[in-house]
Design a protein around this ligand. Structure first.
Ligand code: HEC
Length: 134
């Protein structure tokens, strides 16, 4: 299962390098097209908690502990060492085809901006750390 994740991440990185090589516009515009925030963006875990509640909690559960519609994100699968932050940006931009669990696919969340994903990551990494997950 890890191979699939890493292959997708490699594909995203490769397309990012391609865009950087031949793309037009500023770095910030290129990053936004990839669903990534500006490099200088400072994530805000408090705002992440609010956006999480509005957009993710229905499936990933209160405090990211899972529900009957989606897996917990406070879980060994989703720590930074296994699912890098890129996996979060990609999940929100492209959705997720079911592969680790039996909940079905995750639909893309097109109205969640890259900066808000950065906020959500900060919130979820904080919850993971509290559970001793790294
Ligand atoms: C409609 C339900 C639903 C919503 C809403 C939802 N997710 Fe998911 N998400 C899922 C399911 C189901 C999976 C597990 C897919 C699998 O691995 O089988 C998943 C997986 C993920 C993953 C793991 C991706 C990977 O590469 O394996 C991340 C990260 C994630 N979701 C983040 C989010 C965030 C952030 C939000 C809110 C902006 C969100 N999800 C909203 C259902 C949902």
């Amino acid at each position: 299962m890890r191979h699939k994740c890493h292959l997708a991440t490699a594909t995203l990185l490769a397309s990012s390098a391609l865009l950087a090589a031949c793309g037009q516009g500023s770095d910030t515009e290129r990053l936004a097209r990839l669903g990534l925030p500006p490099a200088s963006y400072q994530a805000d875990a408090g705002r992440g908690a609010e956006v999480y509640s509005a957009k993710c909690r229905d499936c990933h559960g209160p405090a990211a502990r899972g529900s009957d519609k989606g897996p917990p994100l406070v879980h060994g699968y989703y720590v930074a060492s296994h699912h890098a932050d890129l996996a979060f940006y990609r999940a929100v931009k492209q959705g997720v085809v079911q592969h680790h669990w039996e909940f079905g696919d995750m639909p893309a969340q097109p109205d969640v901006a890259p900066e808000r994903v950065a906020d959500i990551i900060a919130y979820v990494r904080g919850l993971q750390a509290k559970q001793g997950l790294r």
